[in-house]
Design a protein around this ligand. Structure first.
Ligand code: DGY
Length: 324
């Protein structure tokens, strides 16, 4: 008999096919997020869980199902799972880094260019029939090339951003726990303090995981430090930015604009952001290319299968459980 697992929402075929071969799947095939109660109910009698970043797998759920063999998260981020609780129960939590790096960096750079050159505003303007002919002052934006880009968090995605920025001849500043001398040489980049980065950058792009340390990393004090001509790009996690402070900063013109893929209380979007023209809002689509979502699905499935076959998963958030 195949082991029974819960898949909280259909993932691309590349992953479903692999899972179907090995498991008896209880699949939420509706186009909606399961509630906590539904997850608990449907986890009864299951040996493993394939979760999404929209599923809050908290201590209560984990404590109810301490025998889960694995929680395979279909995301690189795993802030939706109580890792400490899973580790205490010896449950491996796996994730899908690497395969979405370039796609997410693409989106961050597209957002950066789009907010600087007012692409969304310009599209709305043209569709509204307001275009009456070329004009010297029509929809003037800001250049991207040659500007200073501040990368907060030089992980995989931060590196890929740098690659794209180089093509635009941008000057690179970064903050991270560690210095990366090779990166500095390759991109002529400078590691500086967050304060200096905020003061100097024309664009600030966030690439940190959500942790206690990074929650509201960007708040009133930080917006006050930024140039009034600078833009904020966030494709990391919504809670890294204090949205109330961001709305205030935008309204007071302390910064020039923001382009956001993630929000503090997804799927809710701060009403103050929706009103503003100098904000681009996209609904958490950083990794949303067909190719990448397929690769994430394959990786999430393989992570789960490997655990069942006694092999190392491709990526694990709490390695210590395998070492016991
Ligand atoms: C992730 O995998 O954590 C991303 O946010 C999904 O796009």
């Amino acid at each position: 008999m195949k082991p029974k697992i819960l898949v909280t929402r259909r993932i691309p075929e590349e992953g479903m096919k692999l899972l179907e071969e090995k498991f008896d799947i209880d699949l939420n095939d509706e186009d909606r997020i399961l509630s906590k109660e539904e997850i608990i109910k449907r986890l009864e009698g299951k040996e493993a869980l394939l979760s999404l970043l929209t599923d809050n797998i908290d201590k209560e759920i984990i404590d109810k199902f301490p025998d889960l063999k694995v929680i395979s998260n279909y995301a690189v981020g795993f802030n939706n799972i109580d890792i400490e609780a899973a580790t205490a129960k010896g449950i491996p939590v796996t994730n899908t880094p690497g395969v979405l790096t370039e796609t997410t960096a693409d989106l961050a750079f597209i957002l950066l260019c789009s907010i600087a050159r007012r692409i969304v505003e310009a599209d709305k303007f043209a569709r509204a029939g307001k275009y009456k002919g070329w004009a010297p002052m029509l929809l003037l934006g800001n250049d991207v090339h040659g500007k200073k880009l501040g990368i907060i968090g030089l992980g995989r995605i931060g590196h890929e951003i740098a690659k794209r920025a180089k093509g635009f001849n941008m000057e690179l500043l970064y903050t991270d726990h560690d210095r990366d001398e090779e990166f500095e040489k390759q991109y002529n980049a400078k590691k500086i303090s967050q304060e200096e980065l905020l003061k100097e950058s024309d664009f600030v792009t966030l690439h940190v995981p959500l942790t206690d340390e990074t929650k509201h990393l960007m708040s009133e004090k930080e917006f006050d430090m930024m140039k009034d001509t600078a833009y904020l790009i966030n494709t990391s996690r919504g809670e890294v930015v204090d949205e109330n402070a961001l709305v205030e900063a935008l309204k007071a013109k302390k910064i020039a604009g923001a382009a956001l893929d993630v929000f503090e209380e997804e799927p809710k979007i701060h009403p103050g952001l929706i009103e503003l023209d100098n904000v681009i809002i996209v609904p958490h689509i950083g990794s949303a290319s067909k190719e990448t979502r397929g690769k994430m699905a394959e990786m999430a499935a393989k992570n789960m299968i490997n655990i069942f076959e006694g092999k190392e998963p491709l990526s694990i958030a709490n390695k210590e459980v395998l070492e016991k």
